[in-house]
Structure formats: structure tokens, C-alpha cells
Design a protein around this ligand. Structure first.
Ligand code: ADP
Ligand code: GLC
Length: 471
């Protein structure tokens, strides 16, 4: 099957979070299952992974009352053994910025991107059987396929799958702007595009896609409630018939303690001897007392992630014997609070405020436990990575965390998003630390198959059913 796979961030070329990991790894797994995949993503100012796409040329793309030129770059054979996977980069001065998003004109930038995707695919002679779009940035695509004009042959009426990675971010703008940018008729006002009088790219994706997925089964249930739906819970409830949850995997080529160049010594489930070496290296890096059990965080510092709960619980955790390493960036207030914590507790708390891929590998390997106290978590990858590195997750029971960590079996789980809940679970973990229970939890986590294999097969089955269905 030919799958067109547009995404705002794709590892290793660009990354702000787990969406990039998914858009990096799932297409590889789909290609290995025999699908032909074209991943389309913006051509940002700096591409990671040493990528240097070859320039194909300009294509005209319909936008804002006329047509405009967007550039097309391509990477082929980017991944050995997956000859049927290509990456297309969409060039426009709007995308040539330091970060993928976080700008006031994001809604227009990604309307522009979504509009360009079919033209870019056509330029590369890629006529898809199906489009698989992700999050609000590409939410307009299912609507364009269903109702748009100026589409290349093969695109009108094309079926689509839309995956919700995080419903908190919805890509809102004024309705008038959105229909003008996208070159749509005024009849789209009052459709799924329209959310209380504003254009909403997330809702457009959910409403117009043939099928909708979320990145864990529990999150698919949660977003149908006011607590987690961020005002789209009614939409999700009314469309629950086409909504399912498919758990993310992790890229086991990238995340493998047995062949991870960022670690001082390799290790595996069969021989954990290299793990203390990673802990020692991490303790040296942050000047920490090496003998204490070490708790870690690798995370965006955002309200979603419950980092304020960790900051509140930290003094109690240190008192009970833990040390702590935080690797994260995001909300300035939380960055400050974490930096303060490290300043106030030298020798016990280490913090690196920033984004650092290599350090992340060392933290996952060197820590004894990883804490993920999220208020909501559509899937969460860090707990999956931690488990693969023999690092025990301590998580709140929400979304994908609930679906992937079992209390006492593969980690420690607390119910309520409070610092008391977190302290309780950390206490349970500390009681098990150094006992056979801990080693069993480590072994069970390391043995679990977290590769994309099973989830890619689930997407593949979904694509088949989408092509067979009547709607
Ligand atoms: P989200 O997408 O909500 O941020 P996920 O757990 O799905 O959460 O994915 C986060 C990804 O980003 C993981 O691969 C994690 O290792 C990585 N990550 C988060 N913060 C940092 C950081 N400061 N430095 C390096 N990697 C980070
Ligand atoms: C989002 C979610 C995260 C999920 C990731 C990849 O960023 O916050 O939970 O793992 O997308 O699907």
C-alpha cells in the first residue's frame, strides 16, 4: 500500500517531543512490512541527523487566493533496508526558523504546509492509497481531501487516518483566515472546521478523517471526558465509532543499551554490569553522591508533565534517601524552579535545562528510576525507553502510562496527580530497591517487546480496513 505520511516533526531531522520519535520510527516499521511510504515534513532552518536533501525543484501550491511556489527536497535510502521509504522536505521561508513551532503565526504556517503536501507528492509521482496525518499541524489535510479544490489527480476523496498525539494543542485561528488560506468555500464554516466560531485544525482532522486514532487505548477513552478533552470531548464522544487507540513503540535501533554509543559500557538484560558504569558517569557529570538511589526525569517542562508536583515532592524524596537528575526544558517558571532545586541541594540534585539527546541516553541508562508524574499522557515514550534500559518507571495512572506500566510488576503507579501520590509511589519503589523484587521488575521491563513491530501491524490492519470500508 502507498501511504502518504505528513508530520510537523520527524526524528532525526527535527524534534520537540514524542511526535518526532513516532514519525521517525513508524514509517520505517511500515516500510519493513512492505508498504511504500512518503514522509512529508517542513524544511526547517536546521535539519538534524546530518541530513542534506537533494533539491528537486519548486512546485505550485494553492494558498491564500492564488498559487505560490514551495520547494521540494528529497532524501532516499535514508534508512538501510527500507528502500520503499522516502522523505520529502517542503521549503518555504515560513519554515526556515530555528524551532519547528511556537510562533504566533503557526496556524498559517501549518495551513500552508498542509496545503502543499498533495502538490509535493504529485511532484514526486507519489499517488497514495491513503494519507496518515498527525496532530493539529496536519489536521487540515483530511478536510482538504474530503472537500478541497485544486487537488492533484488521485487526491479528491482520498481516505485518511488522523492520529491525535496531544489534544491540548489544536491550531486555532479565525474562520475567515482559515478558509482563505486553504482556498476553501464558505460552506466549510459550520462544518467540523468550526469550533465555537473559530477554525480548529485538530477538530477538522478528527471530523473529516475516515478513521481517528490516539496513541494509547486509555487516552482514547479519556479524551471523551471534559477533564481530558480540552473542549473537544463532545466531538470525540460523537465520533467514538471511528476512534481507536494504538500504543506507540520505540525505535529499538536508537534505544538499545547493548549498542548505545552514548554509554560508557554496553549492557543487556542478560548482563547488567554496564549499568553501574552509566550511573557513575552520570553522578560524576552532576557531582552527585554516587551511592544513593537515583531518580531521574527526561521531559518537556510543561504543566502536562506534572513537574510542579515533582518540585514540591523533591525535599521529601531527598530526605528519604533519593538523589535526583532532571533533564528538561520548556516553561520558564518550571525551568527556574528546577534550577533552584539543584542550587539548593548540591550533591543531591543535578539539573540540565535544555535539550540534549546524548545526555538523555546517559540519564535513561544511569538512573535507577524514572519519574513521570503527568497530569495527562497520551502515550509517553520516556517510560518505555526507561524500561528498556532497566530503569524502573514511577508513573501516574493516566493515558499510555496506565497502559504500559503495571504497579509492582513493571514499575510503580500512583492514582492522583498530587505530590503526596508521587511521594507514596517513590516510597514503594524505595522499599523494593536493592531487593529481588527490584531485579524482577527490571528484568520484566527489559524483556518486554517495545519495538514498533506490533503497533505497525495494527496500523497496517487499520489501513486495510479503511480501504475496504464504505465511508
Ligand atoms: P512528549 O511528546 O509529550 O514530550 P514523550 O514521552 O512522548 O513526551 O516523548 C518525549 C521524547 O522527547 C522522548 O524521546 C524523550 O527522551 C525526549 N526528550 C524530552 N525532553 C528532552 C530533553 N530535554 N533532552 C533530550 N530529550 C528529551
Ligand atoms: C505527544 C504526547 C505523548 C506521546 C507523543 C507521541 O507529544 O504528549 O504522550 O507519546 O505525542 O505520540
Amino acid at each position: 500500500m502507498r501511504i502518504l505520511f505528513p508530520a510537523a516533526e520527524v526524528a532525526p531531522f527535527s524534534k520537540t517531543g514524542g511526535l518526532a520519535d513516532v514519525a521517525g520510527a513508524l514509517p520505517k516499521a511500515l516500510a519493513r512490512l512492505g508498504h511504500e511510504v512518503l514522509v512529508v515534513t517542513p524544511w526547517y532552518a536546521k535539519l538534524g541527523g546530518g541530513a542534506s536533501p537533494y533539491w528537486v525543484g519548486d512546485v505550485p501550491s494553492p494558498f491564500d487566493r492564488g498559487f505560490e511556489a514551495v520547494g521540494v527536497g528529497v532524501l532516499e535510502d535514508a534508512v538501510p533496508g527500507t528502500g520503499s521509504l522516502r522523505y520529502a522536505f517542503v521549503g518555504h521561508q515560513d519554515f526556515r526558523r530555528a524551532r519547528p513551532y511556537g510562533y504566533p503565526d503557526d496556524a498559517r504556517r501549518f495551513a500552508r504546509f498542509s496545503r502543499a503536501v498533495p502538490s509535493v507528492a504529485e511532484r514526486l509521482a507519489f499517488v497514495p492509497d491513503l494519507v496518515h496525518a498527525h496532530d493539529w499541524h496536519t489536521g487540515y489535510l483530511p478536510m482538504l481531501l474530503a472537500r478541497g479544490w485544486h487537488l492533484p489527480p488521485g487526491f479528491p476523496g482520498l481516505r485518511s487516518v488522523f492520529t491525535v498525539h496531544n489534544v491540548q494543542y489544536q491550531g486555532e485561528s479565525s474562520l475567515e483566515d482559515a478558509v482563505r488560506w486553504l482556498r476553501l468555500g464558505p460552506d466549510l464554516m459550520g462544518s467540523y472546521l468550526d469550533h465555537f466560531g473559530r477554525a480548529n485544525a485538530m477538530q477538522a482532522g478528527v471530523g473529516f478523517a475516515t478513521r481517528v486514532t490516539t496513541v494509547s487505548p486509555t487516552y482514547a477513552e479519556e479524551i471523551q471526558t471534559p477533564e481530558y478533552g480540552y473542549s473537544l470531548d463532545g466531538t470525540f464522544r460523537s465520533l467514538s465509532g471511528k476512534l481507536t487507540g494504538i500504543l506507540n513503540g520505540i525505535d529499538t535501533d536508537v534505544w538499545d543499551p547493548a549498542r548505545d554509543p552514548a554509554l560508557p559500557e554496553p549492557y543487556s538484560a542478560a548482563d547488567l554490569a554496564g549499568k553501574p558504569a552509566a550511573k557513575a558517569a552520570l553522578a560524576r557529570r552532576f557531582d552527585l553522591e554516587a551511592r544513593r538511589p537515583l531518580l531521574a526525569v527526561v521531559s518537556r517542562l510543561a504543566e502536562q508533565k506534572g513537574m510542579d508536583l515533582l518540585v514540591a515532592a523533591a525535599p521529601g524524596l531527598l530526605e528519604r534517601g533519593w538523589s535526583l537528575v532532571v533533564l528538561g526544558a520548556g516553561d520558564p517558571g518550571l525551568e527556574e524552579a528546577v534550577a533552584d532545586l539543584a542550587r539548593a541541594h548540591g550533591g543531591l540534585v543535578g539539573a540540565h535545562i535544555g535539550y540534549d539527546e546524548d545526555l538523555a541516553h546517559l540519564v535513561y541508562a544511569g538512573a535507577d528510576a524514572l519519574v513521570v508524574p503527568s497530569r495527562f499522557e497520551p502515550c509517553g515514550l520516556s517510560q518505555l525507553i526507561a524500561m528498556r534500559y532497566g530503569t524502573v518507571p514511577i508513573v501516574r495512572a493516566t493515558g499510555g502510562l496506565k497502559d504500559t506500566v503495571r504497579h509492582g510488576a513493571t514499575g510503580f503507579v500512583f492514582e492522583h496527580a498530587t505530590s503526596a501520590g508521587l511521594e507514596w509511589a517513590a516510597g514503594e519503589a524505595l522499599a523494593a530497591y536493592g531487593t529481588p523484587v527490584w531485579r524482577r521488575i527490571q528484568a520484566t521491563g527489559m524483556a518486554a517487546d517495545r519495538s514498533w513491530h506490533a503497533s505497525a501491524a495494527a496500523y497496517s490492519a487499520l489501513y486495510e480496513s479503511v480501504l475496504r470500508s464504505w465511508v
